[in-house]
Design a protein around this ligand. Structure first.
Ligand SMILES: NC(=O)C1=CN([C@@H]2O[C@H](COP(=O)(O)OP(=O)(O)OC[C@H]3O[C@@H](n4cnc5c(N)ncnc54)[C@H](OP(=O)(O)O)[C@@H]3O)[C@@H](O)[C@H]2O)C=CC1
Ligand SMILES: Nc1nc(=O)c2c([nH]1)NC[C@@H]1CN(c3ccc(C(=O)N[C@@H](CCC(=O)O)C(=O)O)cc3)C=[N+]21
Length: 294
């Protein structure tokens, strides 16, 4: 079994980006600038957004963190988005999800200028991705592709079972794995809450990508000998022995599955760090106007 080291891979990607930033600075070009909007105080969201800002600092990007209490009105949030759309200093920005219930997430995501949508959540970017046009790819699926590529994992003709169909992970992942590309060219099965006999599918999979948010859902009995197992889940579960009072758990029962599979991502240190690296990559592409010209 080979551990897919997301932390190391993320650092390698961030080093590559940092080298490009240094070259941009040396030639007097525009330093990439990422802004992030965070609404509320959810512990996970605060950590993830802080990690994104720290990554910016490490690789030499400019960054701006905009925080609101969770009673912000939808109108105030939309006004801020408009302001960022028009701010030439900001190359790309994200609105951290989830948003409070009184705010219409779809409306917020549609308000972001697709040219600055470095999360790749705007319907224009989603549509362009599906059509195979240049687009910002959502960071988590793009990070998983990077892992498969950098570990030279064979995907052509393989059966890939994606569990979870969210707009930000499962659905785009299933589309990307089916594309005529490397990594890709898989036969894809997309499983979700209403899938009957989940084990029937996962046990036939050469590649399993679990993005559900249910700790330990994927057990050894559900995995074929030699399969590649990618665990996207990051659920905080109480753990009194930790200073923080919790630990992160993936959707995969790591200890039992690790004995059976060929490759596996740990949690933490697997997919999570790659999500950050790919967000940085999208921001660099935004600053270089690689996806959309002016
Ligand atoms: N490491 C990283 O970078 C990231 C990690 N995450 C983590 O990944 C997990 C999933 O995130 P996200 O996609 O946003 O989550 P969502 O809650 O939006 O989606 C979860 C999906 O899983 C499906 N589902 C729920 N229960 C089952 C079940 N028993 N069997 C099969 N499918 C089921 C849901 O079905 P239905 O559609 O019917 O509701 C839904 O499609 C979370 O733990 C999240 O924290 C997310 C983003 C990035
Ligand atoms: N607009 C938006 N864009 C997102 O990309 C987005 C979002 N909203 N909402 C929530 C999910 C979740 N997500 C993660 C990012 C990094 C880690 C990460 O770095 N995890 C570390 C551990 C971090 C920790 O210690 O908690 C790891 O797995 O090793 C995890 C999860 C991005 N998301």
């Amino acid at each position: 079994m080979t551990l897919l080291d997301g932390k190391k891979t993320s650092e390698a990607i961030q080093d590559e980006i940092a080298a490009e930033v240094a070259a941009i600075k040396a030639s007097g070009g525009k330093v990439p600038h990422l802004a992030a909007i965070l609404v509320g105080n959810d512990g996970g969201s605060v950590t993830y957004v802080n990690n994104k800002v720290l990554a910016c600092e490490r690789i030499g990007f400019d960054s701006t963190l905009i925080r609101y209490e969770d009673d912000i009105t939808e109108e105030e949030l939309l006004n801020k988005i408009q302001e960022l759309n028009e701010d030439a200093r900001v190359d790309g920005f994200i609105v951290q999800l989830p948003l409070p219930k009184h705010i219409d997430t779809e409306k917020v995501l549609e308000a972001v200028d697709p040219k600055k949508d470095v999360d790749g959540f705007h319907p224009i970017n989603v549509g362009r991705m599906v059509a195979g046009l240049p687009a910002y790819l959502p960071a988590t699926p793009a990070g998983i592709l990077q892992l498969l590529e950098r570990y030279e994992i064979d995907t052509k003709g393989k059966h890939c079972v994606v569990v979870g169909r969210s707009n930000i992970v499962g659905s785009p992942m299933s589309i990307l794995m089916a594309k005529n590309a490397y990594p890709g060219n898989c036969t894809v099965t997309l499983c979700h809450r209403y899938t009957e006999d989940l084990t029937g599918y996962t046990s036939q999979a050469d590649i399993i990508i679990a993005a559900v948010g249910q700790p330990g859902l994927i057990t050894a009995e559900m995995v074929k000998e030699g399969a590649v197992v990618i665990d996207v889940g990051t659920t905080r579960v109480p753990d009194a022995s930790r200073k923080s009072g919790f630990r992160l758990r993936g959707d995969v029962d790591f200890d039992s599955v690790a004995e059976k599979c060929s490759y596996i991502t740990p949690v933490p240190g697997g997919v999570g760090p790659l999500t950050i690296a790919m967000l940085m990559k999208n921001t660099l592409r935004a600053a270089k106007k690689e996806v959309y010209a002016d």
